[in-house]
Design a protein. Structure first.
Length: 409
């Protein structure tokens, strides 16, 4: 566990799921920069005696946080945890709300809030698919990796913003581009950026009261190309922020060409389902199968369900689960797992998620059940699969991708 020092105290924070050997912090310099700015202890507004954690009363440059405060995209709950402490014992007239598309973020936030002494009702946790608050007095946005997700979030929140709303975004320098600022400007109002501090920037937007509010253009749909078996020409539905929401990625396309041929009442898992095209293809190829779609993204699960319902006969059995890998799937209840694991979390490249997906799949599979994995050849997933399953077969490969098959003995 690492400790974050803020103008309102020090907090022990972890990511989720918590791992004793975790080396990645639950915050970065962009989070710190925003918190110092809100407290008025950053830049020329900070007095000579300002010190992180010092009880010197609110700075003259501090942001009024007593109204309705909405935090969007808080990656592991660092911003929400610190702001909950700032508001504790203060006179407030509005709620503190966190909006995220990530189940893992919500779980990390809950754990960090409990660790910081927050009561259960101090923060409202909403997903990216929930209806946003009707009024926002302070809007804080941790810039997401996906420009589409930012576009969708700003459109959905714009009706709640009023002329006096304080709008501040934050992100690493590498995350904030001209296109990022253009979205803030087009949807909310005139936008500027701060100087870079420790490779992070702030975004400042002044809401325009006369700005015409338009609905979010998301979700998007597109038709799949021919040559993809049962899903050729089918339509997939994509909410903002999911992987390759604008077109079918080459890895999934390769997997669709080589899906296992199965018959009968199999229980099939589309693990890390994205828009659900892989699980939908299996359901169409084997009408007797029961398919479960799993992802930690609210938008991905919503996309998968929309794609499935659009293409499969009404009444066909399927389940759509939001969660931490396979933690909610009973042991030895699955016949086939199909998986295209991510190899990064936010800006950090890691195989931790893939390892948990593989080990969770082994626990969920019945004896004789199979895990099929597609990945970039250089990632070396075969080594992990051999260690877990005792076997790993190359189904097929091309210069970039490899499809691997492991059987639970």
């Amino acid at each position: 566990m690492n400790r974050l020092t803020t103008p309102w105290g020090e907090f022990g924070l972890t990511r989720f799921p918590e791992h004793p050997r975790e080396t990645l912090r639950a915050w970065d310099s962009a989070d710190e920069y925003l918190l110092r700015h809100l407290a008025g202890t950053e830049g020329p507004q900070a007095g000579p005696d300002s010190q992180a954690g010092a009880d010197t009363g609110p700075s003259p440059g501090a942001t009024d946080l007593s109204g309705a405060v909405v935090v969007v995209g808080d990656r592991w709950g660092a911003l929400t945890t610190a702001l909950a402490a700032q508001r504790r014992g203060s006179a407030t007239t509005g709620p503190l709300v966190q909006i995220t598309d990530s189940y893992l973020t919500q779980q990390a936030t809950l754990a960090n809030l409990r660790r910081g002494g927050a009561a259960a009702d101090e923060v409202r946790l909403l997903s990216a698919r929930d209806t946003p608050p009707e009024r926002v007095d302070v809007l804080l946005i941790r810039v997401p990796r996906s420009l589409a997700q930012l576009e969708d979030q700003l459109h959905r929140l714009a009706p709640a913003v009023h002329p006096d709303t304080v709008v501040v975004g934050t992100g690493r320098v590498t995350e904030i581009h001209t296109s990022t600022l253009k979205l803030f400007d087009q949807i909310l109002g005139p936008t500027t950026t701060s100087l870079a501090v420790r490779k992070a920037r702030l975004i400042h937007t002044v809401p325009s009261p006369g700005r015409v509010r338009t609905p979010s253009p998301w979700p998007h749909s597109y038709a799949l190309p021919d040559g993809l078996g049962t899903v050729s020409g089918r339509t997939v539905v994509n909410h903002a922020g999911i992987f390759c929401a604008e077109r079918l990625d080459v890895g999934t396309r390769f997997l669709l060409h080589h899906l296992p041929r199965r018959e009968g009442a199999d229980h099939v898992l589309d693990l890390g389902c994205g828009n659900g095209v892989v699980g939908t293809a299996m359901a169409l190829a084997n009408p007797g199968a029961r398919v479960t779609f799993i992802d930690e993204s609210y938008s991905a699960v919503a996309s998968a369900e929309a794609t499935f319902r659009k293409n499969v006969d009404a009444g066909t059995e399927a389940a759509f689960l939001l969660g931490d890998v396979l933690s909610d799937v009973p042991a030895e209840s699955v016949d086939l797992v199909l998986n295209n694991p991510p190899f990064h979390t936010h800006q950090s490249t890691t195989d931790a998620t893939a390892w948990r997906m593989f080990s969770g799949s082994r626990a969920a599979l019945r004896p004789g059940g199979e895990l099929w994995v597609i990945g970039n050849r250089h990632l070396g997933y075969h080594t992990k699969l051999k260690r877990l399953f005792g076997n790993c077969e190359v189904v097929t490969s091309d210069p970039k991708f490899v499809i691997l098959r492991s059987v639970k003995n």
